[in-house]
Design a protein around this ligand. Structure first.
Ligand SMILES: [Zn+2]
Length: 401
């Protein structure tokens, strides 16, 4: 495998430009005026001029739905209602009447993410009694096809309900056998209307297959908080600390301060991670309080250009900006937290061992024209050069494969 020497890039918080030496897909040295290793055959060493651009670790989309994006298809005229069950029914209706190829679509949106610097994605994949495992199979094919360009982690997700639709539980079981990395779940109280049974079923699947859990929780206020309590109790009782993520968890931003503290204390004890998409229309989990309690927090793009919503473009820097706006962050120091959520925070939630822009880490990185991360977040440059495990996979904002 070729070694690569990236010359003249700037690292956040460090003065001047430095070089990054990559060997066997790993960053082996960062320093000034490095030369290609003496043992390397000169014809086998890539030299990339960094032009003093900012180098950031590869972005992590910690909550995506790449199985259902309409990216690159005809424009979908959105007339979707606002209530969750109606949105879900609308999506099933769309699938009944349209040819939708989840393999093709997941690849399209993944390529869009890659060219914008995303090197890791955790995606929730619909499993239901109408589409069966079609989306699961589609995304797994994309995961394999793009393995050299992006790492895709899969969650089998009972979008239409787990127990309310007989047959879904058996499909979830099959999805896990097929290779899903996590068990998903959805609003145990408000949507499934049977919180203990739903949580029992999700945790049972996880235990039987030795997998982690990532559960959607849109439930508001005290109802959502009740679900958080149940999930926390169950995580502790089954010894699944560090293996559970709650996605959205809007309720954490809605309950009163004392209750919020108690919930956070429980989440920290159970080492439950939080994934936020920082939506404009809902309360958000208290980022700083969660992090101060030692809770791992990742950010994600959620659905992009699908029957739910026309928004999104797979850019994690744009997601970081939306986080900044939602959390009312203005200071550079505050926006660095948004950068953390789309990089290190995601790595902590995914449990990536050697992630980061440091010697010994896998060489997943992005070069872009910005003076500091805050500038990249408020005005995301389109022109990006992306490396995955030391291989340049995108340049000038376009995929190279
Ligand atoms: Zn979601």
């Amino acid at each position: 495998m070729k070694s690569t020497l990236i010359k003249n890039v700037r690292l956040h918080g460090q003065t001047g430009s430095q070089d990054i030496l990559i060997e066997q897909g790993q960053i082996t040295r960062i320093g000034r005026a490095l030369s290609a290793p003496a043992h390397a055959d000169p014809s086998n060493a890539n030299i990339v001029e960094g032009h003093h651009r900012l180098a950031l670790p590869g972005f992590i989309d910690g909550h995506a739905h790449i199985d259902k994006s309409l990216w690159g298809m005809d424009w979908y005229e959105n007339q979707v209602p606002r209530e969750l069950p109606a949105i879900i029914e609308n999506e099933r209706h769309f699938r009944r009447h349209n040819d939708f190829d989840s393999r093709q679509q997941s690849e399209r949106i993944a390529r869009q993410a890659i060219r914008l610097g995303t090197t890791h994605i955790r995606t929730h994949i619909d499993v239901d009694t109408e589409i069966g495992l079609k989306h699961m199979e589609g995304v797994l094919a994309t995961k394999e096809k793009l393995a050299g360009q992006v790492y895709i982690e899969t969650v089998c997700f009972p979008q239409s309900g787990l127990l309310g639709r007989p047959g879904t539980l058996a499909l979830m079981d099959e999805a896990l056998k097929l290779g899903a990395d996590y068990v998903g779940g959805i609003d145990p109280s408000s949507f499934e209307r049977n919180p203990v049974a739903h949580i029992d079923a999700v945790f049972d699947l996880a235990c039987r297959h030795g997998k982690g859990i990532d559960l959607h929780l849109h439930e508001a206020g005290d109802l959502g908080a009740f679900s958080v309590e149940l999930i926390t109790e169950r995580t502790l009782a089954l010894g699944l600390q560090g293996k559970v993520t709650i996605s959205h968890a809007f309720c954490l931003g809605e309950v009163d301060a004392g209750y919020q503290d108690r919930l956070i204390e429980g989440l920290a004890r159970a080492d439950i991670a939080i994934a936020t998409t920082a939506p404009a229309n809902r309360a958000v989990p208290p980022y700083e309080k969660l992090r101060a309690a030692g809770i791992r927090v990742t950010a994600g793009n959620d659905g992009i250009r699908d029957t739910w919503s026309p928004y999104g473009n797979a850019d994690m820097l744009q997601r970081a900006m939306l986080m900044g706006l939602k959390y009312r962050w203005r200071q550079d120091r505050e926006l660095d937290q948004a950068l953390h959520a789309i990089t290190q925070g995601g790595a902590e939630v995914m449990g990536l061992a050697n992630y980061g822009l440091a010697e010994g880490c896998q060489a997943d990185l992005v070069l872009l024209d910005a003076r500091v991360p805050a500038e990249a977040i408020v005005e995301p440059p389109r022109d990006r050069t992306v490396f995955k495990a030391g291989t340049m996979v995108a340049d000038r904002g376009e995929c190279l494969f």
